[in-house]
Design a protein around this ligand. Structure first.
Ligand SMILES: *Cc1c(COP(=O)(O)O)cnc(C)c1O
Length: 404
């Protein structure tokens, strides 16, 4: 019989792990252990020498973590995956693997705040050179290429400005220059966008967000070619040590099983909220790839299956308008992070992206009036009522400040 390729939603819970052969437990067991017992000395020696398959010590590998890695590789269409203890551990694991001093990185102009911090550390302490370019214009990447350009690093959608980068165009330019393309796919997840299919070499995730989905863990994943992932596993994973705990891997797999249904609802709610915000007099601009007003609406249609669940918008009245809005939400939680069941709002300029110097931040479009909202799974009418009330209070505050 011909082997049928299962669809993405089915592969979320089928295909990689099997029911436990000894107990029949359908849910994969949790191997919450630090170490693994050898039958005899030679077996231990053979495992260390790589001559016998098998587990040694959880920092080097664990069956529960391996299950998760197999699942993620299947979903992203990668040869191999490696789980890390956080999204930042995954980002740094890949970058430390690829870079040495004197190398050059081209990075998207707009990036997760801690990734910016890591790149600055690489620049200041390890002599790596970084150029930030507006990758919404792929020709800018071409112009920035140098003989030692080793990595092209990007996020799309860009956090928090929700700009999109054409993955095929940028990957083509990088390939011709002999540089590796690393894509942070946290915002889209493999359900909505698969960068490796568009020519990227590595994908990294903060699995803390949509993949886990419930806001109860911190985790990261890196994906790519098997040879590269093997090298990362025995160097920047094992020796720097940012490993994922088996329990968090197990929780993460539980989250992943419902990724498709959650994402569908996140997207449906986000579309409603984005359209509503666009018509609101207190909102100056809505940044969401699902709106026809988005400058790269066509890129969204080409490389994403749906526009995702995060919206950014500019509140009238500048920083104080944003402050009054954020201080007035009741249902939506004022908190960083995204991709959870509940709706979360935050202020990138003073929170997630505050490490970026103001001048660069402004150039990236992360201004004082910008608010980011991660739309949850609530009834959308309840989200809208909360936003309506908070915007009403913001309008009153701004009017009062103008005419005291
Ligand atoms: C949260 C986030 C990270 C960092 O992930 P952690 O799991 O918090 O370490 C990296 N990139 C993006 C786009 C994120 O949103």
């Amino acid at each position: 019989m011909e082997k049928k390729v299962l669809s993405f939603s089915t592969r979320l819970m089928h295909g990689t792990s099997r029911p436990c052969p000894t107990t029949g437990s359908l849910t994969p067991p949790l191997y919450q252990t630090s170490t693994f017992v050898f039958d005899h000395m030679q077996q231990g020696a053979d495992r260390f020498a790589g001559e016998e398959e098998g587990y040694i010590y959880t920092r080097l590998g664990n069956p529960t973590v391996s299950d998760l890695e197999a699942k993620m590789a299947d979903l992203e269409g990668a040869e191999a995956a490696i789980a890390f203890g956080s999204g930042m551990a995954a980002v740094s694991g890949v970058l430390f693997h690829l870079l040495k001093s004197g190398d050059h990185v081209i990075c998207s102009d707009g990036i997760y705040g801690c990734t910016y911090g890591l790149l600055r550390l690489l620049e200041e302490r390890f002599g790596v050179e970084i150029t930030y370019v507006d990758m919404t214009r792929p020709e800018k990447v071409e112009e920035a290429i140098r003989p030692r350009t080793r990595v092209v690093y990007l996020e799309t959608p860009v956090n928090p400005t929700m700009k999109l980068i054409d993955l095929k165009a940028v990957s083509g330019i990088a390939r011709r220059a002999g540089a590796s393309v690393v894509v942070d796919n946290t915002f889209a997840t493999p359900y909505l966008q698969r960068p490796l299919e568009c020519g990227a070499d590595y994908v990294v995730h903060s699995a803390t967000k949509y993949l886990g989905g419930h806001g109860d863990l911190i985790a990261g994943v890196a994906l790519g070619k098997k040879e590269e992932m093997d090298a990362i596993r025995i160097s920047t994973l094992k020796d720097i040590g940012g490993v994922l705990s088996p329990f968090d891997a197990w929780l993460l797999m539980r989250g992943i099983r419902t990724l498709a249904v959650r994402m569908d609802r996140h997207v449906e709610n986000a579309k409603k909220v984005a359209r509503w915000l666009e018509d609101h007099p207190q909102v100056k601009e809505v940044l969401y790839p699902g709106l026809e007003s988005h400058p790269q609406f066509e890129v969204a249609r080409r490389q994403m299956d749906a526009p995702g669940g995060v919206i950014s918008f500019r509140v009238a009245g500048g920083l104080e308008g944003a402050r009054a809005f954020l201080d007035s939400v009741r249902l939506c939680h004022l908190t960083v992070s995204l991709g959870e069941v509940s709706t979360l709002v935050q202020h990138p300029a003073s929170m997630t992206h505050s490490v970026i110097p103001e001048e660069i931040r402004e150039r990236m479009g992360i201004t004082g009036d910008l608010v980011r909202i991660s739309i949850g799974l609530e009834d959308p009418n309840d989200i809208l009522s909360d936003l309506e009330e908070a915007l009403r209070i913001s309008r009153g505050t701004v009017a009062f400040n103008e005419n005291p």
